[in-house]
Design a protein. Structure first.
Length: 162
């Protein structure tokens, strides 16, 4: 049973890390669930993961998840972009990762924002570049926060097992 729990916890950590890149999967919450499993049902009597650690990582998980929704919109707005650009950036990223992984994800996010600004918002191409870069940078910053958080949680999971 202990080995199954450890495998499941690591699997949650890895899926959480993958979920940081794929927006369909909520990465940090899944990684936190892996840590929580080990904390609650782990076989080791001398736990490396303390109650304080779990509370801190719960707060970080909630904060990173909320920031992931705020940061891209914020970056798009401060560079003069629309909500359409932010949404289309996400759609472009999904299309890009399906057809041209992993670089397609980055290019798709940028192109999605440009297409939204020019076709939906009616801006000229030269006026669409800045908001597209803002949307793209916001996406990268939000994803970076999630990857860092989930990577550290995966580290805690592996450290607890070893």
């Amino acid at each position: 049973m202990d080995v199954l729990l450890e495998i499941l916890a690591v699997l949650f950590g890895v899926v959480g890390l993958v979920g940081c890149i794929l927006p369909i999967i909520p990465g940090p919450p899944i990684s936190y669930a892996g840590m929580l499993m080990l904390y609650l049902w782990g076989a080791s009597p001398e736990k490396d993961i303390s109650s304080l650690t779990m509370v801190i990582w719960l707060i970080i998980t909630i904060a990173v998840t909320i920031l992931d929704f705020i940061v891209p919109s914020y970056f798009t707005r401060i560079t003069g972009g629309s909500k359409s650009a932010s949404r289309a950036s996400m759609v472009g990223m999904l299309i890009g990762i399906i057809f041209f992984p992993p670089i397609g994800m980055i290019i798709g996010a940028f192109i999605g924002a440009i297409v939204a600004e020019t076709l939906i918002e009616g801006k000229e191409l030269k006026d669409s570049i800045k908001p597209a870069l803002g949307s793209f940078l916001g996406f990268l910053v939000g994803t970076g926060f999630k990857v860092i958080a989930s990577s550290v949680m995966l580290y805690y999971i592996i450290k607890e097992i070893i």
